[in-house]
Design a binder for this molecule. Structure first.
Ligand SMILES: [Zn+2]
Length: 336
């Protein structure tokens, strides 16, 4: 299985978080594992993406040293491999890890170290996506993120992204940041059509996005859907997270089946394993049960993830075999 949309800070497990707090001398307000886990998870009364994003303050307290960043990436990949994943693209925003004066380059170097160590020890492959952040006082930091992504491209990093509060900071504010990415040939993903409408996805495409984080509000525009299909733009759906942030009110409004019927290329992802309290298998299972997806449909979704991965064609072919095998094995256990 493959997860293409997974945030590092939203996927730390509480046990590792306690260890990192000790390692870096951070005093957390919660030191008991279960209590900490509760604090790291989204509240049942989460009203919007803004509320959801508040959950990142706590994990970010510990992700401020080279050692912790390396450890967090390593441990996350160890966990993903144990869950049965064979490839993942993990994302984070280097500029959010500078509270103790690390440079963005040092942040990324440390994360790459953790990535390489895990890939050496476990049968899993992975790459990093560097997020720029929506905001108004961080233009220089966003440009720096693109430059660092270029420096580490194909050396652990595979793309840049735009994350943060979509409704407060429209995508078009960041045009020049992504113009730089385009000039540098760094692949672009943008979180869009999550807390804003189809116009935000259109703006993301204008910025050069080749994949869209969420993109569920694309369903509002038939013209946009045609374009997504024609241009083979992949949508990274994260079902549980989309319900929690109230990007859709309930499962009846979730456009998965319509996307599939219209031939839109969708992939299934977790977004944040800890904040959303989920795993990739759980997401597939939830969708299977909620939308009565056939095994063929589920396999198609898994294969879409292989196609959407930022990997050379040769590697994708190899991965496709592996994913198919593992996926069929998982499906057979699900039937019991
Ligand atoms: Zn996300």
């Amino acid at each position: 299985m493959i997860d293409l949309h997974l945030h590092l800070d939203g996927s730390l497990n509480p046990k590792n978080m306690l260890w990192m707090a000790e390692m870096s001398g951070v005093k957390l307000s919660f030191t008991e594992e279960n209590e900490l886990k509760k604090q790291m998870m989204v509240e049942p009364d989460c009203k919007n993406l803004g509320d959801y994003l508040e959950k990142f303050d706590l994990p970010l307290q510990v992700l401020q040293t080279k050692e912790c960043l390396e450890y967090a990436v390593y441990e996350l990949l160890k966990e993903l491999q144990a869950q049965g994943l064979c490839y993942a693209e993990i994302r984070f925003a280097p500029q959010l890890h500078q509270q103790r004066n690390l440079t963005q380059k040092e942040v990324v170097e440390s994360a790459v170290k953790g990535l390489e160590k895990a890939m050496k020890e476990f049968p899993i492959e992975a790459q990093l996506i560097l997020c720029c952040m929506r905001g108004e006082a961080n233009h220089a930091e966003n440009l720096e993120t693109v430059k660092i992504a270029k420096e580490f491209l194909e050396k652990g990093v595979c793309a840049v992204d735009l994350a943060g509060n979509e409704s407060a900071y429209p995508t078009k504010m960041f045009e020049d940041v992504f113009l730089l990415a385009k000039e540098q040939n760094v692949p672009i993903i943008i979180h869009a059509g999550e807390a804003a409408g189809a116009e935000s996805v259109e703006e993301a495409l204008a910025c050069g996005a080749v994949r869209i984080g969420h993109g569920i509000h694309s369903i509002e525009s038939p013209e946009l859907l045609e374009r997504l299909k024609a241009e083979k733009i992949y949508l990274e759906l994260c079902y549980s997270s989309n319900l929690q942030t109230q990007a859709v009110k309930n499962s009846c409004e979730y456009p998965l089946i319509e996307f599939l019927k219209k031939g839109i290329l969708v992939t299934i992802n977790t977004d944040n394993m800890t904040v959303s309290n989920t795993s990739l298998k759980r997401e597939y299972r939830l969708l299977k049960e909620t939308f009565q997806l056939s095994e063929e449909m589920l396999l198609q979704l898994a294969e879409n993830s292989v196609e959407a991965a930022f990997l050379p064609q040769k590697k994708k072919l190899k991965l496709e075999q592996k994913v198919k095998q593992e996926f069929l094995k998982w499906l057979s256990t699900e039937r019991i």
